[in-house]
Design a protein around this ligand. Structure first.
Ligand code: ADP
Length: 210
């Protein structure tokens, strides 16, 4: 069965789609949760991060200070590349293992916030066949974040730190438009599930690297 990437901008509705897919019996591997597990105290990746970035990214209780690390890599491409070099091979390995353990009768989804940004590598290392992008207009993303209690300026900054909507759509092999109601979204997920739950997904080539 196919291995399908699932992504979308912040508050696009990605987790909502993941939950709708789980309710239909799909295995959804949460790559962002794996990334968090891999930097828990005692994990080799945390030791490497500490060696590379120093004590300033460590909280006093020995856990990773994610906010400090986020600030450090925000405007430093080399630091971001170094962090990815530590984390990505480990994340891909865990994804491969979980995909291998999934029910072979159903499509397996791999959900990740920044999958459009890393798709070529992720597809290569995890055997992903296609990429579903959950898409919503940016004002809708901001409204959903504000409804969750995020100040509007912070919401704008968070969107600006990700790939643009156009960049993400350029990578998509399948788009789930989430500009309507939750009922609309459910219907679209039903259709996507029917399309992808066949052993041979008609492959559409993703757009090339920008
Ligand atoms: P993401 O995982 O992409 O950050 P979520 O799935 O958590 O986004 O959705 C963000 C918020 O928007 C959640 O509170 C969710 O319930 C809500 N939401 C998602 N899609 C819709 C929709 N079509 N209509 C109304 N609310 C929605």
């Amino acid at each position: 069965m196919p291995v399908i990437g699932l992504t979308g901008g912040i508050a696009s509705g990605k987790s909502t789609v993941a939950n709708l897919l789980r309710a239909k019996g799909a295995t959804v591997v949460d790559a962002d949760a794996i990334a968090r597990e891999l930097v828990l105290p005692g994990e080799p990746a945390l030791d490497e991060i500490k060696r590379r970035f120093g004590d300033e990214v460590m909280a006093s209780d020995g856990t990773l200070d994610r906010a400090a690390l986020g600030r450090l890599i925000f405007s430093d491409q080399t630091a971001r590349d170094d962090l990815n070099a530590i984390l990505h091979p480990r994340i891909f390995e865990v994804i491969r293992n979980r995909v291998g353990q999934a029910d072979p009768a159903h499509a397996v989804f791999v959900e990740a916030a920044l999958l459009a940004e890393t798709y070529s590598q992720a597809a290569h290392w995890t055997g992903m066949d296609c990429l579903v992008v959950v898409d919503a207009p940016e004002d809708r993303q901001i409204a959903r974040l504000v409804a969750r209690g995020v100040p509007v300026e912070d919401a704008r900054l968070r969107l600006a730190a990700q790939a643009t909507r156009q960049e993400r759509l350029a990578r998509a092999t399948h788009v789930l438009d989430n500009s309507g109601s939750l009922e609309d979204l459910q219907r679209k997920v039903d259709r996507l599930w029917a399309e992808l739950s066949v052993p041979q997904v008609p492959k559409r080539a993703p757009a090339s690297e920008p």
